[in-house]
Design a protein around this ligand. Structure first.
Ligand code: NAD
Ligand code: TDX
Length: 337
């Protein structure tokens, strides 16, 4: 099987490439990535001789059509996106372009060149949020889309477009909507790697609001195994929720990291809340479990310890990031907050 992995130099995409190489060494993998601030070719360095890498923008119609005409992909898995909510609040434009129009270009090329499966990597954020005082409520695949941030609105728009291409053009699609991922190679703008990196440097940890917002954490490897099952055995036209059943308030996550690193809770700094901040995400993943037999391997306690150890053992990967342009980003987003 020949698989195009877009956004394969980012966090989840690169983990997916490693997953495929181990699980399906017979597959041919092409990674396409624009290498934005979030993409890092170093992440794929050890396997560059086993895959083909193409630096390209998913919005560049001509380049994408040329690639599809040359490669004859069986499957496209679209991870490429602008993915950080805070950045979408600062500057929504690029989110609409990449996340919506980029998806359209990839689907148009998939139609023209007869791709057998187009898989869209979506998010639980398309469902909006759940109240903190209703632990009985979970997102189901049938929950109406109801978005909060420019990021989630762009992802929901893409989802609707993917469903439209199925209904109107019979493009063989599947969609997965996943909860918050954590694990190796996550860019240190997201909660867990940001807090690990800052705690290790004895810097303050900026917790939004009171830290009571809840996320349902899923180890990235479990996300990869779910996508792999969907592209091989999933039903065309279906949406699959993927979740870890590991709900934690942000402050609990931050305190877990501090404890594991033997750092003081006095590093915690409660800062101004994120505008439009979603309160709680919680996924009902029973459909993929029942129909495809998927189940997560990691629980949060072991997964977070492994992740912390990975950041300790791979300082060179993230120290380079936090010493460059990232410093300006951090000052811009957090100063005076
Ligand atoms: P990421 O920001 O780490 O990686 C995104 C990758 O896409 C980067 O390598 C970047 O260079 C590339 N990219 C960006 N714009 C591009 C363009 N125009 N053309 C080609 N490549 C481009 O993101 P991630 O956390 O790995 O997320 C991957 C996907 O999973 C996204 O679609 C995101 O919405 C979705 N998702 C993420 C999470 C999470 O917790 N991180 C949860 C659910 C869903
Ligand atoms: O400095 C911070 N302080 C803080 O309190 C940051 C960066 C985050 N937070 C809070 C906000 C959220 O409640 O932590 C929680 C997690 O924040 P993020 O890591 O930014 O993730 P989130 O906004 O939940 O979105 C993530 O999950 C769904 C991914 O970034 C998305 O790409 C994915 O679709």
């Amino acid at each position: 099987m020949k698989i195009l992995v877009t956004g394969g130099a980012g966090f989840i995409g690169s983990n997916f490439v490693y997953y495929l190489l181990e699980k399906h060494p017979e597959d041919e993998i092409v990674v396409l990535d624009l290498l934005t601030y979030a993409g890092n070719l170093k992440t794929l360095q050890p396997v560059l001789d086993k895959i083909k890498f193409v630096k390209e923008d998913i919005c560049d119609r001509e380049a994408i059509f040329k690639l599809f005409s040359e490669e004859n992909f069986d499957v496209v898995v679209n991870f490429a996106a602008e993915s950080h909510v805070d950045r979408s609040i600062e500057d929504p434009g690029v989110f609409l372009k990449t996340n919506i129009l980029g998806t359209q270009v990839l689907m148009d090329a998939s139609r023209k060149y007869g791709v057998k499966r187009y898989h869209q990597v979506s998010t639980d954020e398309v469902y909006g949020d759940l109240p903190l005082d209703r632990p009985d409520l979970l997102f189901k695949e049938t929950t109406p889309l109801h978005t909060s941030s420019p990021y989630s609105a762009s992802k929901a728009s893409a989802d609707l477009l993917v469903l439209a291409y199925y209904r109107t053009f019979k493009l063989p699609i599947t969609i997965s909507r996943c909860s918050n991922n954590y694990g190796p190679f996550q860019f240190p703008e997201k909660l867990i790697p940001l807090m690990i990196a800052r705690a290790l440097d004895d810097k303050t940890l900026p917790v939004y609001g009171e830290g009571l917002n809840v996320r349902d954490w899923l180890h990235v490897k479990d996300h990869c195994s779910a996508i792999d099952l969907i592209i091989r055995n999933g039903k065309v036209g279906e949406v699959y929720n993927i979740g870890g059943n590991n709900e934690r308030a942000n402050i609990e996550v931050v305190k877990t990291i501090l404890k594991a690193l033997d750092k003081s809770e006095s590093l915690i700094n409660y800062v101004k809340d994120r505008p439009g901040h979603d309160q709680r995400y919680a996924i009902d993943a029973s459909y993929i479990s029942k129909t495809l037999g998927w189940k997560p391997e990691y629980n949060f306690e072991t997964g977070i310890m492994q992740t912390i150890n990975w950041y300790l053992d791979n300082k060179s990967w993230w120290e380079e990031i936090v010493s460059g342009e990232y410093k300006n980003y951090y000052d811009k987003m957090y100063s005076g907050r």
